[in-house]
Design a protein around this ligand. Structure first.
Ligand code: BTN
Length: 240
C-alpha cells in the first residue's frame, strides 16, 4: 500500500517531496489539484489549469544509482499501459514524454537527492486530462485525454490505474526483471525519425534507431551508431 497525500493547491508535488522526503515513507504518492510552480525538465515550468493529473512518487529504498535512468521509462511503460486500458494508443518519446497523435499528453520529471550516494528519488508526472484546449503556443504540441475521447476523467481513478501498472513493473524492476522495456521498445515514438540534437555542446542531426535495453537511445550519427544518455543530449526538434 502506498501512503497517499492530496493537496488542493501546492507549489509543486516534486518540491514538496524534496522538502519532506526524510519523514515520509518509501513510495509515498502526492497528488495536487493544482500546482502554482510546477516544474518541467531542463528548468522549464509545467503549467496546469486544474484539468490535469499532477503527482509525484517518492522512492527511498533499494535505490541503485546505475539504474535510475530506467525509471522514467518504467513510468512511461506504466502510462502507456494505463492509456491502453482506456482504449487510447500512445507512444513513448524517449526519454520522458508520452505522445498521442504526435502531441504530448504526459511529461515525466525525475529528480534525485544526492548526499553520499542517492538518498531519494522523486518522480513527478503531469498528465493532460480534461483540458478542452491549450494556449495558442501549445495547440500543436499538447493534447489531453479528453480531446481524444470526449470523456471527462477522474484524476484519482487514472492515478489508481497508473499505480497498479507502476507497482507491477516496479516490483519486477527491483528483482532485476526489466520486462517493462518490451513495452518501451515496442512503443518508441522516435524510432526511424530524424532528430536534431545537442551532443556534447555541438548541434547535430541524427537518425533514431531504437531504445536500447539499457534505456539509452541508439542513433546513427555521422555514420556511426551512438548510444545516448538522457543527460548527454537535448532533443531540440523532430523531423518526421
Ligand atoms: C516535462 O515534461 O518537462 C516534465 C513535466 C513534469 C511535471 C510534473 S507535474 C507533477 C510533478 N511536480 C512538478 O513540479 N513537476 C512534475
Amino acid at each position: 500500500m502506498h501512503k497517499y497525500l492530496y493537496f488542493e493547491e501546492i507549489d509543486s508535488t516534486n518540491t514538496f517531496l524534496k522538502n519532506h522526503y526524510e519523514e515520509l515513507d518509501d513510495q509515498t504518492v502526492v497528488q495536487a489539484g493544482h500546482q502554482t510552480k510546477g516544474k518541467g525538465r531542463l528548468g522549464r515550468t509545467w503549467n496546469d489549469d486544474s484539468s490535469s493529473l499532477v503527482f509525484s512518487i517518492l522512492l527511498k529504498e533499494n535505490l541503485d544509482a546505475s539504474r535510475l535512468d530506467l525509471l522514467p521509462l518504467l513510468c512511461g511503460a506504466a502510462m502507456v499501459k494505463t492509456l491502453e486500458q482506456e482504449g487510447i494508443p500512445s507512444n513513448i518519446k524517449w526519454p520522458n514524454d508520452i505522445i498521442i497523435q504526435d502531441k504530448k499528453c504526459t511529461g515525466i520529471l525525475l529528480e534525485a537527492i544526492h548526499e553520499e550516494g542517492v538518498k531519494a528519488v522523486i518522480i513527478g508526472i503531469g498528465v493532460n486530462l480534461n483540458d478542452k484546449s491549450f494556449p495558442s503556443d501549445l495547440t500543436f504540441k499538447a493534447i489531453s485525454l479528453h480531446q481524444v475521447t470526449s470523456k471527462v476523467y477522474d484524476s484519482r481513478v487514472v492515478l489508481t490505474n497508473f499505480m497498479k501498472n507502476f507497482d507491477f513493473f516496479y516490483h519486477q524492476f527491483l528483482d532485476r526483471d526489466d520486462s517493462f522495456m518490451e513495452v518501451v521498445k515496442s512503443h518508441s515514438y522516435l524510432d526511424g525519425k530524424r532528430v536534431y540534437l545537442n551532443y556534447y555542446g555541438e548541434d547535430q542531426h541524427a537518425t533514431v534507431l531504437s531504445i536500447a535495453e539499457d534505456g539509452t537511445l541508439k542513433v546513427r550519427l555521422n555514420d556511426k551508431e551512438v548510444f545516448l544518455n538522457s543527460g548527454e543530449v537535448t532533443l531540440e526538434k523532430n523531423y518526421n
